[in-house]
Design a binder for this molecule. Structure first.
Ligand code: 5GP
Length: 189
């Protein structure tokens, strides 16, 4: 069986990555598997352990690093985030196209070590619109919100490491663009 694609999917906080993903994740033509990350951040309201993230202590995360369990990891606004390797490998071996929703430092690690990875970055229509969306989420402290906006500014300077950049100014169009790009990659395999 042909090994599945490894897809890096990035974009700043509040850009709508999750919404775009929710619209394509069960698309039969794309045959995707979502890689659930490990994080030390606390769950937001409605987030479920093992579904949105594996929520772990810093000690457990350090242990995962030491045991070489993670394909990549990074610190983001004071917390650790990382991709458990075993699931990604198993799904790819089964022919699934595995999607990693990760930030830029992690994306760089994947691009450097997995030559066959494909990568997509979602941009906002403007930084002002992004700030409005991040502030509108209201689930975090002002300090964390400010740090996320600063992080977004930095991430938007690094989009040239990605193969494909899609602007989410119109959700339906962004979903179509991401899907079309992935279909082309799948067909080219
Ligand atoms: P959030 O706290 O908003 O869920 O995630 C913060 C950032 O961390 C987002 O850009 C998200 O895509 C990224 N992220 C989530 N999981 C991982 C991961 O496993 N590795 C890395 N490097 N980033 C991740």
């Amino acid at each position: 069986m042909k090994k599945g694609l490894l897809i890096v999917f990035s974009g700043p906080s509040g850009v709508g990555k999750g919404t775009i993903l929710s619209r394509i994740i069960n698309d039969e033509d794309l045959n995707l598997a979502y890689s659930v990350s490990m994080t030390t951040r606390s769950p937001r309201e409605g987030e479920v352990d093992g579904v949105n993230y594996f929520f772990v202590t810093r000690e457990r995360f350090q242990q995962a690093i030491a045991n070489d369990e993670l394909l990549e990891y990074a610190q983001f606004v004071g917390n650790y985030y990382g991709t458990p390797m075993a699931y990604v490998e198993k799904m790819r071996e089964e022919g699934k196209n595995v999607i990693l929703e990760i930030e830029v430092q992690g994306a760089k690690q994947i691009i450097a070590k997995c030559a066959d990875a494909t990568s997509i970055f979602i941009t906002p229509p403007s930084l002002e619109e992004l700030e409005r969306r991040i502030r509108g989420r209201k689930s975090e402290s002002d300090e964390v919100i400010t740090a996320r906006i600063e992080k977004a500014r930095q991430e938007l300077l690094e989009t040239d490491i990605y193969e494909c950049v899609v602007c989410n100014d119109d959700l339906d169009k962004a979903v179509r663009d991401v899907k079309d790009y992935l279909l082309r990659k799948i067909e080219a395999e």
